[in-house]
Each structure stands twice: as C-alpha cells, then as structure tokens.
Write a protein that binds this ligand. Structure first.
Ligand code: NAD
Ligand code: WQD
Length: 344
C-alpha cells in the first residue's frame, strides 16, 4: 500500500487533476479544501474517472486546529501537495492582506504540521510569475528572479524562500518547488476542468466561453508587442501533463530518489505560443470560430515568457507532450459539458 498524500486545494483546477493521477498511480488521497474557489461536485467527477472517492475534509488550511484534527484522523499522511492559495493577480492588488494571509499562513501551518506528524515531503505550486519579464527566453531554473509585480506573485517568491529557510534550518523533510507556466485544458473525460468564478481573467476560459456564446468576443490584449504576430507569447501546458509531474515529484521525495532536500523545476512545454496562435489552434482543433478583436495592452502583462523544461525532462523523466490541439479539444469538451449540465 502506498503512503497517503494530503492534497490541499484538491477540489481546485490543478489539484483535482492531480488527485486523479495520484489515485491512478495507487496513492490514497486526502483532500483539504475550503471550497472558496471550487465546489464539492468535483469529488464526484474524480470518482467517476478513477472509481475511487478521495477522502475530503472541508476546512481552511489557515486553521491550525482543523489541520491538527486532520493529521490525527489520517496518521498515514507522508506527503503533501500544496495547491491551496488565492491566485487572482488583479484581486491581489486590491486585497493584498487576503493574499499574504491566505497563501503564507497556509504554507507555514503545513510546514509546522510536517515536523510534528512525520511527513516526508511537500510539493509546492510555484509559478513562472517569479521570473517576471525575463531578459532571455526560454527561462531555466537559474534565470534570475525579478521583483514581483503583484502581491500574488510576491506570495510565491516569499513561499519559496520560507520553504528554503525551513529546510536549510534542518527540518526533517524534503521539498520540490514546481514553477508552472500557463496550465490549460481539462481532463479528456470532461468530468473535471477549470471553473472560473465570474468573468474569466485567463485566456483559455474566456476563449471557450466566447466560443460558447457566453461572451460576445474575446479581446486580444495588444498586437504591437515585439513578437512575430505582435501578440504576447506564453508556454501553455496541458493540465494533465502538469498533474503527472506531481506524482513523479512525490515519488521522488518519498522514495528518496535524490540526495537533495530541496529542488526546483520549471514545468512547461518549451514552446512559446502567441495569443493569436492559440486562437488559431483552438479553431482548427474544434472547427468552432472564436469572435475576437484586437484590444489595448493589459496593464502588467509580460511580453513573452516560455520555459526551458530540460531539467524536469532529464531529472524527473517527465515531458509535457500533449499536442496543443488536443488540449484545446479537451478545453472545449469541458465547456460543452458545463453547458450540458446547465452550469454555464
Ligand atoms: P484553484 O483556485 O482552482 O485551486 C485552489 C484551491 O484551493 C481552490 O479549490 C480553493 O477553494 C482552495 N483554497 C484556497 N485557499 C484555501 C485555504 N486557505 N484552505 C483550503 N483550501 C483553500 O487554483 P489552481 O489554478 O488549481 O491553482 C493551484 C495552485 O497552483 C495555486 O497555488 C496557484 O497559485 C498555483 N498556480 C496556478 C497557476 C494557474 O495558472 N492556474 C499557475 C501557476 C501556479
Ligand atoms: C495569457 C495571455 C494575455 C485574456 C497568469 C498569472 C500568472 C500565472 C498564470 C499563476 C496574455 C492574453 C488574456 C484575455 C488576452 N498564474 N489574454 N485576452 O497573464 O500569462 O498569467 O496566469 O501563477 O501569475 O499572471 O495568463 O491567461 O491571463 O493570459 O489576450 O481575455 O493571454 O494578455 O498574453 P498570464 P492569462
């Protein structure tokens, strides 16, 4: 029997896909989520895909007492994957304290519990946002960290530092920091996917909602950037590929496959794609048109950033290789499922 993994934020977008991959790999999973940005129906979706219903605790990770009860209830927990966080860049500018409190207290509470309950490792959801606007692309793990441009981004930088300091102080556990680029798509079963609250800020949910007719048209934020077609470039990574990397990271720590107590990996495809390129990929993959117009640049946007994923490719033996067209078809199938269920 494999050890139990605690997945914080496990009913969220990336968390739910990761729970599926963990269960498929034979790990018993306990989810803790306060449902601030997800709902409990996600657990039904996970069960329909895997045939296994994960344990679910509705609680807040900033609540230390609730965490103690959880660890007392599930003494077999040996690994943590910490997805739980507030993640909207714009909102973090308006409510910085909410972001610092939620994201940092969650992490510190978990680190506190790890020592007390003999947990061997924690995977942390970091972000390419730590690189800001890089001087050179693609970015490696050695690319300099730039000053964060939002409280959200700052919580990721501070979290990385907190984990590093705690590990370096001699804490009896390991950590792997995963810097995600732009996760997109949905599970091919269309049982789980991204469910943004209100008007989506991110490109793909806005795109699929526009294709569905929920939004009139997609605004392409800027076509005067220094890129081949003038629109911004990102590294869009399939969420299932991303989820699989977490299983490898957990295994690496729990099976002591590396001497290192702390490791950092970029998780991306290595391919930079423009906004207009992504719209084209969606249209050719699904045959569905996306009404769009060129709009002014969005404040704070980075012109171009994509990953050099070689470190993860070589060391983890992991590669993000789902073709973007397949990812777009999955995103569309998920949007259609939401319509079928009358959710959106
Ligand atoms: P999400 O909002 O879908 O999932 C986060 C989940 O955590 C939600 O279900 C929410 O209800 C829960 N949560 C938040 N605060 C909590 C708390 N205090 N206690 C318990 N549960 C709590 O977000 P996501 O896109 O799945 O992102 C997961 C992680 O990956 C986050 O840490 C995010 O910052 C990071 N990340 C996301 C992206 C992205 O583009 N989606 C990119 C880089 C990094
Ligand atoms: C992608 C591209 C937009 C919407 C954010 C966070 C980052 C990380 C990932 C967590 C950009 C363009 C978008 C629209 C558009 N998250 N766009 N029209 O900005 O790369 O990164 O999510 O860590 O921290 O900042 O993602 O999906 O918002 O935008 O043209 O309606 O799509 O300008 O070029 P972004 P995004």
């Amino acid at each position: 029997m494999k050890p139990t993994i605690l997945v914080t934020g496990g009913t969220g977008y990336i968390g739910s896909h990761t729970v599926v991959e963990l269960q498929n790999a034979g790990y018993p999973v306990v989810i803790i989520d306060n449902l601030s940005n997800s709902n409990r129906e996600v657990i039904d979706g996970i069960e329909r895909i895997t045939g296994i219903r994960p344990e679910f605790v509705e609680a807040d990770c900033t609540d230390l007492t609730a965490l103690k009860i959880l660890f007392d209830t599930y003494p077999g927990i040996k690994g943590i994957i910490n997805f739980a966080a507030s993640k909207a860049v714009g909102e973090s500018m308006q409510k910085p304290l909410l972001y610092y409190r939620n994201n940092l207290n969650t992490l510190m509470n978990l680190l506190d519990m790890m020592g007390k309950y003999d947990v061997k490792g924690i995977v942390f959801s970091s972000s390419c946002t730590v690189y800001g606007e890089p001087d050179v692309n693609p970015v490696t793990e050695e690319t300099p960290i730039k000053k964060a441009t939002s409280p959200y981004g700052n919580t990721k930088q501070i979290s990385e530092e907190i984990i590093t300091d705690v590990i370096n102080s001699g804490a009896p556990f390991k950590s792997i920091l995963l810097r995600y680029f732009n996760p997109v798509g949905a599970h091919p079963s269309a049982e789980i996917g991204e469910l943004p609250n209100g008007v989506p800020q991110n490109l793909v949910p806005f795109l699929t909602q526009t294709a569905m007719g929920i939004r009139k048209e997609l605004s392409v934020f800027g076509n005067d950037y220094n890129t081949p077609d003038g629109s911004c470039i990102r590294d869009y990574i399939d969420v299932v590929d991303l989820a699989k990397a977490h299983v490898i990271a957990i295994e690496r720590m729990l099976d002591d496959k590396s001497e290192a107590k702390i490791e950092i990996f970029n998780l991306g495809t290595g391919n930079g794609m423009s906004v207009l390129g992504l719209i084209n990929a969606f249209e050719s993959a699904t045959g569905v048109k996306v009404p769009h117009k060129i709009a002014p640049r969005r404040a704070g946007d980075i012109e171009k950033v994509w990953a050099n994923p070689e470190h993860a490719n070589k060391v983890l033996g992991w590669v993000a290789d789902t073709p973007i067209e397949e990812t777009m078809r999955n995103a569309w199938a998920w949007q259609c499922k939401l319509r079928e269920r009358d959710i959106m």
